[in-house]
Ligand binder design. Structure first.
Ligand SMILES: *Cc1c(COP(=O)(O)O)cnc(C)c1O
Length: 217
């Protein structure tokens, strides 16, 4: 679907929810997409992108940054501590802060580097064993401990379980964010971004709807 159509749908969802126009950031998820598809979106003036692997992001974005100004790159996938420094150097935001050890590493590196990307804490709203993220019951304490380490936590992120009503998970995430005084809500993907906007998403992560089906890596 053309980028403009996605933007139109976002604008309509904002209006339907009585939200300020332009209050949702569209993260175009470019993982595994061929460079020409990414370039086509860059040429339309879009600058906000998401990648789920540090390695892959490092392989393509420094090059794009040489040719396009103002690229805003978000890491939306799991982050190993040994890749934290590289991720911080490369990305403007990290959406997958999901454990104490990683938070500690980010805090140490933030001191060392004198800066840190915006951070979102990933919450495992479906309490799925195979999925990353802080359990909902542990979220308040984790937010507090990240703040105690002076980390710039701006919001929460979730990926609802496949086959469940995403609205329940988006509402839960919004509730946890509100009681912790966090404004950022990274939620909603190709199939459910309008629902996410209705429930307050500030960042939607849309891949296949923009770029087409991902080619298997
Ligand atoms: C791949 C991915 C997306 C985008 O998914 P689509 O269904 O293609 O829009 C969003 N969030 C995360 C964390 C992802 O890994």
């Amino acid at each position: 679907m053309p980028l403009d159509d996605i933007k139109t749908r976002i604008a309509a969802a904002e209006q339907a929810a009585g939200r300020v126009a332009g209050s949702t950031c569209l993260i175009a998820v470019s993982k595994v997409q061929p460079a020409q598809r990414v370039e086509a979106v860059l040429q339309q003036g879009h600058r906000c992108f998401g990648e789920n692997r540090v390695q892959e992001a490092a392989g393509k974005w420094p090059d794009f940054r040489e040719h396009y100004d103002g690229i805003d790159l978000h890491l939306i996938g799991p982050l190993q501590t040994n890749k934290a420094r590289q991720a911080m150097d490369l990305c403007n935001a990290i959406h997958s802060v999901d454990r104490v050890k990683l938070a500690g590493t980010l805090a140490r590196l933030a001191q060392e580097r004198g800066g840190c990307p915006d951070l979102f804490i990933q919450v495992n709203t479906g309490e799925e064993v195979q999925k990353a993220g802080i359990l909902p019951d542990d979220a308040d304490a984790f937010v507090a401990s990240c703040r105690g380490m002076d980390l710039p936590v701006v919001g929460l992120m979730c990926i609802p379980p496949v086959g469940e009503e995403p609205a329940l998970h988006f509402s839960l995430l919004a509730k946890i964010a509100a009681r912790n005084g966090l404004d950022g809500l990274s939620m909603g993907m190709s199939a459910d971004f309008e629902t996410a906007i209705a429930l307050g998403a500030t960042h939607v992560r849309v891949g296949s709807a923009i770029f087409g089906t991902r080619v298997a890596p």
